[in-house]
Write a protein that binds this ligand. Sequence first.
Ligand code: ASP
Ligand code: MG
Length: 428
Amino acid sequence: MALIVQKYGGSSVADAESIKRVAKRIVDTRRAGHEVVVAVSAMGDTTDELLELAGQVAPMPAPRELDMLLSSGERISMALLAMAIHSMGFEARSFTGSQAGMITDATHGAARIVDVTPVRLREALDDGAIVIVAGFQGFNRDTRDITTLGRGGSDTTAVALAAALRADVCEIYSDVDGIFTADPRVVPRAQKLSSISSEEMLELAANGAKVLYIRAVEYARRHGVLIHARSTFSPDVGTWVVGPGQSLPEGEKGENMEEPIVAGVATDLSQAKITVIGVPDVPGKAADIFKIVAKSGANVDMIVQNASAAATGLADISFTLPKSDATAALKALAGEQSEVGFQSLVHDDQIGKLSIVGAGMRTHSGVAATLFEALSVARINIEMISTSEIRTSVVVRGDNLGEAARVVHSAYGLDGETEAVVYAGTGR
Ligand code: ASP
Ligand code: MG
């Protein structure tokens, strides 16, 4: 007997039919003799709809009330799921985040889990019940208010429950089959990975892959939770996300085709580029610029500075940031132009970022050269480059991103024999 935590995303519980399908899957797991704890998301697009509704009654809804509102989405799906399980003859009990002992800090809309005290869940399991927990929400002990964990937070709920209950595995169900070597909608020859290290998964998630939320993977890595990302719509094994020193359940091989040096290719169209032109090439200017940008609340990703032209003593500094942060950053920089002494600002929101990720990069040379060669053959211009220990990223024109991903995927030998099956899904 194992203790299995399962998380079902909004698309898996979008309507009554889907809820019954999920209930059956949960009951099957219980029938196989396992203890089951389920974290569930709000039905379909409920969270977006509630957000929109809030926007219609108030231009800036109070964060406390917004959390009261949004947390209700998961209460609906948890209760319906428990009812569906009852009608199949099994005992199930649903719990809100606070009943489940999800203790968070006091930050509304982006709360961090500080403790999990699943006393009531353990009692229910000991009574033989299936436990259903509302995802995405918690409770703060000081304010005594309900909090939410930020969009996509149910993944984190599931992983935190798995850690606190010492579950054998945390299964994260969505409408895709697992983790792929690239987004199959962009790269049709992408293949499902049998397993991936949590360190590689973190880099992929941080660079545009949307299957798993980065905070959940971080939490799993820190607390030694084994994640199995799989599809609600198929019984097939998905992808194991394996942390340091972790092994797979007995009988699971999790072997990928060939031990590739590059595990996957991530693409990201959500960033913009700002170039600060004509910055005096003297100590302290980069500090000035990025202090201003940080104060505007922007989250800077890549930074490149060109060599200053000897004659002018001026340099250009380019950086990327989320498109949604660009306006605030530009305004902040423009406001301090004379103090910093730069000449002008250029804003470019037509960029695409491509990243290759693989732990093999630590030990193999020439990995990045393959990337540049593939792009060169396809005559795609590289505008920026950045690297980490296990990742190389480039910025190209957004229009070229799809083709870039396909040629690079091919160049690293990641192409499958057949095209991946793509459901019309959202990946959540
Ligand atoms: N319902 C929440 C959202 O859509 C949490 C989740 O789905 O994980 O962001
Ligand atoms: Mg959702």
